[in-house]
Design a binder for this molecule. Structure first.
Ligand SMILES: NC(=O)c1ccc[n+]([C@@H]2O[C@H](COP(=O)([O-])OP(=O)(O)OC[C@H]3O[C@@H](n4cnc5c(N)ncnc54)[C@H](O)[C@@H]3O)[C@@H](O)[C@H]2O)c1
Length: 311
């Protein structure tokens, strides 16, 4: 309740002016709409070369067109990526690497919430597969490029869109797919907790190896987007009614994402969970190194990577 009230009544964070991003390359998953679109749009406005990675080509092309119409100088493109398919993740990375581009910023933004019990193409529960596992594989496959680009300029950054919903999450390593007793709410919370554990553990590994990459987790606050479209009808109507008054706009939701991705003031300061422009505490289970490591190892096995995969 405290978190909810805070979310509803706290003043929105004002994004400080950010430096120009010429020569920097960013990938934003799910950048076709909502928070991801606003993130991509702002980055393109600052001069970054932005790749919107998404599953829906029509939406992607339209997003690129809108950004370009607003700013004819923008370098923005759409690339097909379906996080519900590990093969699609691998193909996306292969085609990105073939181009020999650097990668300075990876925003793991795409997500689904409260979808009915269903599986990804590889048979994983949908929230777990899309919100967490697809991004886990994507990040690890792109890590060498991120490391290389980090050496070339300032630290590269990975930004993972988690949520305050992680606080209600539980990682059941023996039932990650929620098969035992399915609840869309529990599945969403688990996926956001998993992403947070991943974000923390990745930073720890990067620090240990002395790699110039920072990994952040972000709660974008309660934002009025299509994420809520799978709510039950009464809940959806209530959400629409209060959203106008109390939810944030997608551009406001993108502000902490942009801050962690681009702010020079975070340069030497990797990691953490950021919300409304500030570093926030997370639930106690997120700091459990054993849980982080076990989840990492299980995830490696599920996506077909070596357990002690780099870094
Ligand atoms: N809106 C909120 O209140 C809120 C709160 C906390 C966290 N978040 C997180 O912020 C992120 C962005 O959410 P949003 O509110 O902008 O939602 P949104 O529904 O507007 O956007 C989600 C994006 O993810 C993409 N996506 C969904 N499934 C995909 C797949 N299989 N492959 C590739 N892309 C896929 C969609 O196409 C869309 O572009 C999500 O990770 C969400 O969990 C949102």
């Amino acid at each position: 309740l405290k978190v909810l009230l805070n979310q509803l009544f706290c003043r929105p964070f004002t994004l400080p002016e950010l430096p120009r991003q010429h020569g920097r390359v960013a990938i934003v998953t799910g950048g076709t709409r909502g928070i991801g679109y606003e993130t991509a749009r702002h980055m393109a406005r600052l001069g970054a070369h932005v790749i919107i990675a998404g599953q829906n080509e029509v939406e992607g092309v339209s997003a690129v067109k809108r950004i370009y119409e607003e700013n004819r100088e923008a370098t923005v493109e759409f690339e097909q990526l379906d996080l519900a398919s590990l093969q699609s993740v691998r193909q996306f990375v292969q085609s990105f690497k073939r181009r020999g581009l650097p990668l300075d910023i990876l925003v793991n933004n795409a997500g689904v919430m409260l979808v009915r019990e269903s599986c990804t193409k590889d048979g994983f529960e949908h929230h777990f597969g899309v919100n967490y596992l697809g991004h886990f594989l994507l990040t690890l496959l792109l890590l060498d490029t991120l490391k290389h680009s980090g050496k070339r300029s300032s630290c590269s950054r990975v930004v993972n869109l988690s949520s305050s919903a992680h606080r209600a999450g539980e990682i059941r390593l023996d039932d990650l797919q929620n098969r035992h007793c399915y609840s869309p709410h529990a599945a969403y919370c688990q996926s956001k907790l998993a992403l947070l554990l991943f974000s923390y553990h990745l930073q720890e590994r990067l620090d240990r190896g002395g790699f110039p990459v920072n990994s952040y987790a972000v709660d974008p606050w309660m934002v009025d987007t299509s994420l809520y479209r799978h709510l039950t009808l009464p809940a959806r109507l209530a959400q629409i009614a209060i959203a106008r008054l109390l939810f944030r706009r997608p551009s406001q939701g993108a502000s902490t994402v942009l801050y962690t991705a681009l702010s020079p003031s975070l340069e030497g300061d990797g990691g953490g969970y950021w919300s409304n422009g500030h570093l926030e505490m997370t639930s106690p289970n997120t700091f459990d190194p054993q849980l982080q490591l076990r989840l990492w190892n299980v995830s490696c096995r599920l996506v077909g990577l070596q357990e002690h995969h780099q870094p």
